[in-house]
Design a protein around this ligand. Structure first.
Ligand SMILES: Cc1cc2nc3c(=O)[nH]c(=O)nc-3n(C[C@H](O)[C@H](O)[C@H](O)COP(=O)(O)OP(=O)(O)OC[C@H]3O[C@@H](n4cnc5c(N)ncnc54)[C@H](O)[C@@H]3O)c2cc1C
Length: 374
């Protein structure tokens, strides 16, 4: 199917994704629309690159994040288990290369009617369009289990890995809370665990994945499910599906439903809670609902992408696809003709192994040498 043109009268053959400039924003084609991007993660940077490409110099971009560092978390597994280090880069440098201003601050609230964002510092930041990409906060979800925090992990997980390497830890259960949207991370973590044991020559370990999913990677389709089941089987990892973890205590992971799972230790993925911004109406659970063009429900000039939205799968690749969609929707709303990318679709394994996004991946890959800060 051909791609829909945004900003021009859409043709019926263009399929369900039809975007048109609508009222509420600046007049069509106005030069110099100010776009405020809240966030400094995958979604924010992919959106900034897409906006620069689609809107050219006609869009004035400002990136606002409370941290000056971009951390690409998907590399966190490798970092924790002795492979690739987490990818970090200085947001000020990235913003400059994209041609965006950088503001070290968080957005606390929005007054959508007036087109003003209020920063944590108290600064009032006017915008023509706002793109919210503030992500979600991981919070511990399984009492008694060691939580995998990713790039910011400290101590406890390293300790587990050390014990695995020396053969002191041979029975491990990996689990995640319901609705975490993190399916692949759970299996990838278990597979990394199996690799650590194999490399250490330990053959009699018992690894189990306990997941609330009805089947492994159920939201990624049956082909992905079969692939991951095959990989898990090859690595000797057992799976207990359709169980919610309650707590790990006394060497047993209690689940609902089902018998407790015996193990020497449990590793749990955190639950993700949205970073809330006052003034924006959230859907159930606090995440933002967005339309087909990435616009936040009930707003005219606010768009959102990434983990902060209520899309059920939380992945860097999905965040980047949503960012491309929101950037296209926003550019169209500003009155410029752009092509609409397809709606986000979860895929596993993802095609761009390692680096995320249509634009961000190549952008980072081309600049790794200057941007790696550790
Ligand atoms: C441990 C771990 C491992 C993961 N592994 C994978 C993986 O292997 N593959 C994969 O695809 N995905 C993985 N993910 C998920 C992936 O990291 C997220 O889906 C992705 O980072 C979402 O991007 P985002 O830009 O929406 O949010 P984030 O990357 O969380 O970025 C949010 C940004 O917003 C900023 N911010 C927060 N609050 C505010 C505010 N009030 N105002 C302005 N800025 C704000 C933050 O400082 C940050 O810069 C993993 C996640 C974790 C935690």
């Amino acid at each position: 199917m051909g791609r829909a043109a945004i900003g021009v009268k859409p043709q019926p053959r263009c399929g369900p994704l039809r975007m048109e400039a609508r009222g509420g924003g600046p007049s069509l084609g106005r030069v110099g629309s100010k776009v405020l991007i809240a966030g400094g993660g995958v979604a924010a940077l992919e959106a900034a690159l897409a906006l620069r490409e689609l809107g050219g110099d006609r869009l004035e971009l400002e990136l606002c994040s409370p941290r000056a560092e971009f951390v690409y978390r998907p590399f966190a597994f490798g970092a924790r288990l002795g492979a690739t280090p987490a990818f970090r880069s200085d947001l000020r440098v990235v913003a400059e290369r994209i041609g965006a201003r950088f503001r070290l601050d968080g957005i606390a609230a929005v007054e959508p009617q007036d087109g003003v964002a209020i920063a944590r510092s108290g600064a009032r930041i006017p915008y023509d369009y706002l793109l919210v990409a503030v992500g979600a906060q991981p919070v511990s979800a399984v009492p008694g289990a060691v939580t995998f925090w990713g790039a910011t992990d400290e101590g406890r997980l390293d300790g587990l890995v050390r014990r695995m390497r020396t053969g002191m830890l041979r029975e491990l259960v990996f689990t995640m809370p319901e609705g975490a949207g993190w399916g692949p991370a759970l299996y990838e973590l278990a597979l990394f665990g199996a690799r650590v044991l194999a490399r250490s020559g330990i053959e009699d370990a018992r690894l189990i994945v306990a997941t609330p999913e009805p089947a492994p990677l159920s939201s990624f389709g049956s082909a992905a499910g079969r692939r991951i089941e095959l990989k898990l089987g090859e690595s000797g990892i057992a799976v207990r599906h359709a169980v919610r973890p309650l707590a790990f205590e006394g060497g047993r992971l209690r689940t609902e439903p089902g018998e407790p799972i015996e193990a020497a230790a449990a590793i749990g993925l955190p639950r993700l809670e949205p970073c809330r911004i006052d003034g924006l109406t959230a859907a159930a659970g606090g995440f933002l609902s967005v339309g087909e063009d990435g616009r936040v429900a009930g707003t005219e000039r606010v768009f959102a992408a990434g983990d902060v939205t209520d899309f059920p799968v939380k992945r860097a690749a999905i965040a980047a696809q949503q960012a491309d969609l929101a950037a296209a929707g926003l550019t169209a709303a500003a009155g410029y003709r752009v092509e609409a990318p397809p709606p986000p679709a979860p895929r596993w394994p993802e095609p761009e192994q390692g680096l995320p996004g249509n634009r961000l991946g190549p952008f980072l890959a081309g600049r790794v040498a200057v941007m790696m800060t550790r």
